[in-house]
Design a protein around this ligand. Structure first.
Ligand code: G3I
Length: 727
């Protein structure tokens, strides 16, 4: 059994989803670090606390992933300079020295801010407010002291942070009168100095660091009003000669906001006045809040729903696509905290690519494994309705390159996700257009052939009303057919005779109930020719986990493949029996315990005798074959090895491999077929077939080009295998 499972796991480990399927966690941090993946774009940073630069495992993550570090709190005026003449350099130095020792450059955050500030600067020893000149002297001394202490390891300074007013408050009361709201945050700095303190802070910073990049940093820069207030302020300052080199967009966004258009608008607007933009504090809340302040509670730590994780991955993907597009001005993207455990937003938001155990999440893979060629690619505009659509349904649509696009009417939904995604991604997230219709296109071409899928609307799984339904994943799912170069092998041709598929009900004594099977009968079956009715060999063809006896006949197109092979004279007609393989009560993670003994009784001791009794079959092993896909392949291997008297031809389709020494009596089998997709484990299959041939078995293999653990792989396998059966 161990060798058998090893063979199967070897095969299935090809496709990641299978890996996950078999319950072993995926290490998404495998591969290059983010800083390496983005070396041709911009630096990737992280905001750290003391633990992050102390714990060995966290240090390894920082060194692998990031080439820019920001002190989350320890460099802030109130933390580092709590009282006049009192400096807390210990924690600040620890982070600086960590970076010096590891050759990592830093962003200095921050020199002048309304929060966590050195408030003693505003009052004299008696607590009386001081004049702005006194405040400026103290601010200048603070900035010079901090900058001179760290400028050797710092490449950019957040000189002034969050000095502009937020949106949503066009008017304010000053001395009881309603006046147009000031564009500036009504901080103590502003009330004492007006916006001059901004200019002063930058001048002091430039004095102290003649070469450092000096940044004005703020949040909600994508909000229309705030974007314009920041633009006006920075332009005014720069026109007045204030040394502002760049703008820091904090990036405290959420999974719904901003969309690409809104983000791009801010980046392009700021690019008119600066040529350096840093995304300084990126994280994604899983609620509708955004910005540098917490309106909602931090939220208790609750597991993240799968669809929320997909929305977050998709949002990170969309944001980084825009950042890459604007790499001419975007020079750094910094995550605000190393992991969900450190996040100021609290665990309930799961806002970062590393979880509370510092394990990489799929969002890290999504951000890292981008395909630059796809970034601004526009699919060919030769869209046609999906061949699997319900009558009259325009959507979903597919194009000649294999892209798929979707339209779903759900005006009040907050999120709509199509489970079809690229390479292990969580799916394609649709966006609501102005008419309340959700639209979206797969990020890239799908693999050719048939794909099951479903929609997730606000966390609820439903089918796409546009398509027919197909039994897969233990439920009736939607289905889409991506054009394939060899789709003729399963085309429904009008120029040939067709067989038929009939459903049969047979009683299973071992299960104590009626069972269903579908039987393909070739064209001409039952005809009396010269007084005799022809008898036929029989292929017993099994489906995979989550499927049933309808899967091969319907999405497998088994009947059409047979008709085309017979019509083209590639095979002599034979019967195909497609029964339910009792696969769907199987619980993942218990693969070791799967024996298929229950289905063996139903198939060999009950269904085969039923078919031989009710159909024109050649009822002997040398006219009987068994083959199966995925879990149906597992069943085929287990049953053919335990019941060699039953079938003379064996086929495994993405369902494991035979090892020569597993087959006690080589004369027990006339032909072995093994196949899989080239996105599964082609080497395993190729080696196995060679080993079988070397051991004298009549073995044949097929590696399906450009496909994974899906039906086009198995349609091609059936088409190939059928031509060698019963020879
Ligand atoms: O240092 C004291 C500690 O002595 C005390 O025991 C503890 C008890 O509450 O508080 C500690 O201070 C906390 C400080 O973080 C250091 O951990 C403050 O309460 C807490 O409010 C402060 O929160 C920081 C927040 O800025 C302050 O506004 C967050 O960690 C930090 O992530 C956040 O970062 C800001 C950026 O600097 C600017 N943009 C927005 C961003 C999020 O608010």
């Amino acid at each position: 059994m161990r060798k058998f499972l090893f063979g199967l796991t070897l095969l299935l480990t090809g496709s990641m989803s299978a890996f996950a399927q078999w319950g072993r966690p995926i290490d998404y941090s495998e591969g290059p670090g983010l800083k390496d993946a983005y070396k041709d774009y911009f630096t990737i940073g992280v905001a750290v606390n003391q633990n992050n630069v102390t714990d060995a495992a966290q240090i390894e993550i920082i060194k692998k992933q990031f080439n820019s570090v920001t002190a989350e709190n320890d460099w802030k005026p109130g933390e580092i300079h709590p009282k006049e003449g009192v400096w807390n350099f210990e924690k600040a130095d620890k982070i600086a020295n960590f970076c010096r020792e590891n050759g990592i450059k830093m962003r200095g955050h921050c020199l002048c801010w309304h929060s966590q500030f050195a408030d003693w600067m505003f009052t004299d020893k008696k607590g009386k407010p001081v004049k702005k000149e006194v405040f400026y002297e103290r601010l200048r001394d603070h900035i010079h002291t901090v900058v001179n202490r760290y400028k050797d390891v710092v490449y950019a300074w957040d000189v002034v942070n969050e000095a502009m007013a937020d949106d949503g408050r066009p008017f304010e009361f000053v001395d009881g009168k309603m006046v147009k709201a000031s564009p500036y945050r009504q901080s103590r700095h502003f009330k004492l100095c007006g916006d001059e303190f901004i200019a002063k802070a930058f001048e002091f910073a430039r004095e102290a660091d003649p070469t450092g990049v000096l940044i004005y940093n703020d949040y909600s820069c994508v909000d229309n009003g705030k974007r314009e207030r920041i633009y006006e302020m920075v332009k005014k300052m720069k026109d007045a000669g204030v040394p502002i080199d760049g703008i820091g967009m904090q990036g405290h966004y959420n999974i719904y906001f901003p969309d690409e258009e809104q983000l791009e608008k801010a980046i392009e607007r700021f690019s008119e006045i600066v040529n350096i933009i840093h995304i300084t504090e990126l994280d994604l809340r899983t609620n509708t809040e955004s910005g540098g302040q917490l309106m909602f509670a931090r939220g208790e730590a609750k597991p993240q729903a799968a669809h929320i994780a997909t929305l977050q991955e998709d949002q990170y993907n969309r944001l980084f696509r825009i950042f890459r597009k604007h790499k001419d001005v975007i020079k750094n993207v910094t995550f605000w905290n190393l992991s969900d455990k450190d996040s100021w937003l609290g665990l309930g938001n799961h806002p970062l690519p590393f979880d509370e155990n510092f394990k990489a999440k799929r969002s890290l893979q999504v951000i890292r494994d981008f395909d630059a060629a796809r970034d601004n690619y526009v699919p060919k505009d030769d869209w046609v309705p999906n061949p699997k659509n319900q009558p009259g349904q325009e959507y979903p649509q597919v194009n000649s390159e294999g892209f798929a696009r979707f339209r779903v009417e759900a005006p009040d939904a907050k999120s709509v996700i199509v489970s079809l995604g690229l390479g292990g991604r969580g799916g394609t997230v649709l966006r609501k257009n102005k008419d309340g219709v959700w639209e979206g296109t797969t990020e890239g071409p799908m693999d050719p052939g048939f794909h099951y899928y479903h929609l997730t609307i606000d966390g609820g799984v439903v089918n796409d009303p546009g398509t027919h339904n197909y039994f897969g994943s233990c439920r009736w799912e939607s289905g889409i057919e991506i054009p394939a170069p060899d789709q003729d092998i399963y085309a429904c041709r009008t120029d040939i005779p067709h067989g038929n598929i009939q459903q049969v009900l047979f009683y299973s004594k071992s299960l104590g109930k009626m069972q269903t099977a579908n039987v393909y009968l070739p064209n001409g079956y039952g005809k009396v020719v010269k007084g005799k009715q022809e008898r036929y060999p029989v292929l017993y063809l099994q489906h995979g986990w989550g499927e049933n006896e309808t899967s091969w006949p319907v999405q497998g197109h088994a009947g059409l493949i047979m008709d085309n092979l017979i019509a083209d004279g590639k095979i002599k007609p034979f019967i195909v029996v497609m029964a339910y393989g009792l696969t769907n009560d199987f619980k993942f993670g218990t693969i070791g315990k799967f024996t298929a003994e229950e289905f063996e009784k139903v198939l060999v001791d009950e269904l085969v005798p039923f078919i031989d009794a009710n159909f024109l079959t050649k009822a002997d092993k040398w006219n009987r074959a068994m083959a199966g896909l995925s879990m149906g392949g597992m069943e085929t291997k287990l049953i053919t090895l335990r019941r060699p008297e039953a079938f003379g031809y064996w086929g495994l389709l993405s369902g494991g491999m035979y090892m020569p020494d597993e087959i006690k009596d080589p004369k027990a089998v006339k032909y072995i077929f093994e196949g899989c997709g080239d996105k599964e484990n082609p080497e395993g299959i190729t080696k196995s077939v060679e080993a079988l041939k070397a051991a004298g078995f009549n073995a044949e293999g097929l590696i399906s080009e450009g496909t994974a653990h899906e039906f086009l792989t198995w349609r091609r396998c059936l088409y190939q295998m059928a031509q060698s059966l019963f020879k």
